[in-house]
Design a protein around this ligand. Structure first.
Ligand code: RAM
Length: 542
């Protein structure tokens, strides 16, 4: 264990130094402004297209539909510009697909001049269910303001009006709240924006239909989230998270290949670390790029070196990898200080995110730590910085051995927590990804855990991504494909145009936020089927 302790001593000294530097100033002070300037240079132009509605629809309550509601077409939207909205009072439009942008419309005078303002309520929604459940009294655990209902007072007719709020939706209901003159709603359209550009890949023509559908919805999901950063969800949270960025960049490799967007996001995170050098888990762009202070998430920071490594593999841009290496390396060094000598983690005060699920975190944390160590070593080797991580592989081997001794139950073939927490699929996933279990052991563990009724299961597309990843590493291609068809195909079969933030196949109303309309129904971390489909065509496109 000597090397381990030595490394820990070194890590502790480095951290102490970091703290001192922070107290005196700022660890990355010299680079911060330059990094943010590079991020700004990589800011993409948005491609804007005008998307008109495809039909006027009516809501129908249907227990067989997702969340109990569906829309049926009742008229062509062309008729709208001739209909007197003063009499209609309400209309719901279907835009045919998920879009992100600004609504534009005009009030067309049908008779007399407009002699008083018109007040309209616009309600934009991603799913029929979200549009039809009463929102008030508010039950959600996040802000009511995430819901996309806007009451707007209009003072002029016969000219285009562009709503200020950027919205993400497929359906729009417009209600008349006040207005006493005859007018029609004319030229209703959305200025839809994305930075995605052309998709550069194509499926084999004999690919199964369900995979084609899953791939189409994955691409739509990613394109909608690609704005001036990789947003997590264009409805909610509308910001850049490290965990989402990692998965979006992987999916981007096999689709839009907009690597400059990844570069921008890497530089933003680097430029916005705290004085210690720690990265917050998420950031905002407006009015000036700034992190969400207080969201340090250890498992997200540990993914930063992976984003940089994958970016390097995609672009060969060694200069960027060199430039950002210190900040990437620091995230891992910092986290290493939390591995205790008995291989439990002292991360109780840090946020460890793997899933929207109550679960035991010990083994997943060690797996994430080990994965980050090996990715950091690989990154170092690719850019000639091996000497800076000379002890890294040996250290990883020691942690692996210790973690295995503590948590691996040879009899059950499972990674089990030592505090009596229920066995989880997450522990097996991260034991595979962290190289704690061999592919053969991993396969046994994954099969065993998935067969157990009492096991804690993956509860989000984010966790499902890592399940598929672990399965692929264990030679479980067919099971991975079946899981994809079952899970993401399940969303497609329930009418998803874009993949959802959370999906529980047996509970359509499931929400981590106490109220399902708050869920994001176009969520970045759900877009990775396209990554698997193109990375392993022999499995997924067959
Ligand atoms: C939720 C969002 C986001 C995710 C965080 C951890 O708030 O879904 O995408 O990264 O959780």
């Amino acid at each position: 264990m000597k090397t381990f302790y030595r490394y820990r001593v070194i890590a502790t000294v480095l951290l102490a130094l970091a703290a001192l530097t922070a107290a005196a100033g700022d660890r990355f002070a010299q680079d911060r402004a330059r990094w943010l300037a590079i991020a700004e240079q990589c800011k993409p132009e948005l491609n804007v297209t005008e998307v008109p509605p495809v039909s006027i629809v009516e809501a129908v309550e249907d227990p067989a539909a997702f969340q109990g509601w569906k829309y049926v077409p009742v008229a062509s939207p062309d008729s709208l510009s001739e209909m007197n909205f003063r009499q209609m009072r309400t209309v719901t439009l279907d835009f045919g697909r998920h879009i992100t942008g600004h609504l534009v419309l005009r009030l067309k005078t049908l008779g007399d001049v407009m002699d008083a303002p018109v007040r309209l309520k616009f309600f934009f929604g991603e799913t029929p269910g979200e549009m039809n459940v009463p929102l008030d009294p508010w039950r959600g655990s996040l802000s009511r303001a995430w819901m996309q209902d806007e009451t707007v007072t209009l003072y002029a007719a016969d000219r285009d009006i562009r709503l200020e709020r950027r919205v993400a939706f497929r359906y729009l209901r417009i209600d008349l709240m006040g207005g006493n003159f005859d007018f029609a709603l004319d030229g209703v359209r959305c200025e839809a924006a994305t930075s995605a550009g052309e998709c550069r890949t194509a499926l084999s023509p004999d690919c199964p239909q369900i995979i084609k559908d899953i791939n189409r919805v994955s691409l739509a999901t990613l394109a909608e989230c690609m704005q001036t950063v990789y947003e997590d969800g264009p409805k909610r949270d509308r910001r850049l998270w490290i965990g989402d960025l990692y998965l979006e960049s992987l999916a981007g490799r096999y689709s839009y290949q907009n690597h400059d967007l990844t570069k921008r996001c890497l530089y933003l995170f680097a430029g916005l670390t705290d004085g210690n050098g720690r990265m917050m888990a998420d950031l905002f762009e407006e009015p000036e790029p700034h992190p969400q202070w207080g969201t340090y998430c250890l498992t997200y920071s540990l993914l930063y070196p992976s984003v940089l490594l994958e970016y390097l593999k995609d672009t060969g841009d060694v200069a960027t990898a060199q430039d950002l290496w210190p900040v990437a390396k620091f995230q891992v060094e910092d986290a290493l200080g939390r591995v205790r000598d008995d291989f439990t983690c002292s991360a109780s005060r840090a946020w460890l995110f793997f899933d929207h699920q109550v679960m035991d975190l010990e083994v997943p944390f060690q797996g994430a730590m080990l994965f980050a160590l090996s990715q950091t070593c690989e990154l170092a080797e690719r850019i000639g910085r091996e000497s800076e991580v000379a002890e890294c592989r040996a250290l990883a081997a020691k942690i692996r051995k210790g973690v295995r001794a503590r948590y691996y139950n040879r009899k059950s073939g499972l990674m089990e927590s030592t505090d009596g927490s229920p066995v989880s699929v997450h522990a097996q996933i991260w034991a595979v990804i962290g190289g704690i279990l061999s592919p053969r052991e991993g396969r046994k563990a994954l099969e065993a855990v998935l067969a157990r009724e009492d096991a804690v299961r993956a509860n989000s597309p984010y966790a499902m991504h890592y399940l598929l990843e672990a399965m692929m590493q264990c030679g479980m291609g067919e099971q991975a494909k079946a899981a994809m068809v079952d899970y993401w195909g399940g969303m497609v079969n329930k009418g998803a145009d874009t993949f959802w933030e959370v999906y529980n196949p047996s509970d359509d109303l499931h929400s981590p936020y106490s109220f399902y309309p708050l869920n994001s129904y176009c969520h970045a971390w759900s877009c990775t089927p396209t990554y698997f489909i193109f990375k392993y065509p022999e499995i997924f496109q067959r």
